[in-house]
Design a protein around this ligand. Structure first.
Ligand SMILES: C[S@@+](CC[C@H](N)C(=O)[O-])C[C@H]1O[C@@H](n2cnc3c(N)ncnc32)[C@H](O)[C@@H]1O
Length: 228
């Protein structure tokens, strides 16, 4: 469920203007060779202020973004317009995606789903599967257990590695819900898809005071899946 703190974060900070290297690599490998990029429909869930949308629209794809934060979406819209770019932008909770089934060639989750409980994350992932075309790809980058901050907050009851009010580590206190994914949970979260690859990036921050570990999970909706 979307947390309104994101509006404050996006009001106070100049967040997320550029995409991360891993996302660029994923898009380049899978879609740069498309003969008609303008026909490749890419949705970013939790698009924030639109750094990834900026990259995707510049590269000529048909881009859609959704986020719970009207502040984030407004900033994204302004940035795209200023650069002569456009995408279809929506404010809403990604637990219920406002699109018909089988629409997108690709869905991107760049650290959106982690800020939802396990139960809500499952709903979001099922929604992603619904709106993806059979054969479509899902890219999910999500914080891994062991990231600094894991264990340093109010633990949510009934959840394994999910906290609110982190009081230390790499992520902010006002992030709201923060869920760290352990390897054993990947199948139960993403198992509605064919999981094509599981990689990770590890880095340190603040002169090695913090460690940031993120899964990069790439899934495909196969044509023969139940309900596909
Ligand atoms: C860490 S930021 C990432 C923003 C963007 N993907 C990027 O890479 O810069 C997480 C974003 O996910 C959005 N988000 C998280 N859960 C959501 C939900 N259930 N519905 C809508 N947006 C959500 C937040 O509002 C926030 O913009």
């Amino acid at each position: 469920m979307w947390n309104k703190n994101w509006d404050n974060i996006f009001t106070e900070t100049d967040w997320g203007k550029y995409p991360c290297e891993e996302l660029i690599r994923f898009v380049a490998r899978n879609f740069f060779g498309s003969p008609k990029r303008e026909e490749v429909k890419i949705l970013e869930i939790g698009c924030g202020t639109g750094g990834n949308l900026w990259f995707l629209t510049r590269e000529g794809f048909d881009v859609t973004g959704i986020d719970g934060s009207s502040v984030g979406v407004e900033k994204a819209e302004k940035r795209l317009t200023k650069n002569g770019l456009s995408a279809s932008l929506h404010v809403g909770d990604v637990m219920e995606l406002p699109w018909d089934a089988d629409l997108f060639d690709c869905v991107i989750d760049n650290e959106c789903i982690y800020s939802n409980t396990f139960a809500d994350s499952l709903k979001i992932i099922n929604e992603v599967k619904r709106v993806l075309k059979p054969g479509g790809l899902f890219y999910s980058k999500t914080f891994m257990t062991g990231t600094s901050g894991d264990g340093m907050g109010d633990k949510l009851e009934g959840e394994k590695n999910t906290y609110t009010k982190l009081h230390g580590g790499a992520l902010r206190t006002n992030y709201g819900v923060v869920r760290f994914t352990e390897e054993a949970e990947i199948d139960s979260l993403y198992g509605v898809f064919n999981i094509e690859s599981i990689d990770f990036v590890n880095r340190s921050d603040k002169n090695r005071a913090n460690e940031i570990k993120e899964w990069i999970i790439i899934c495909r909706k196969t044509a023969i899946m139940d309900g596909a």
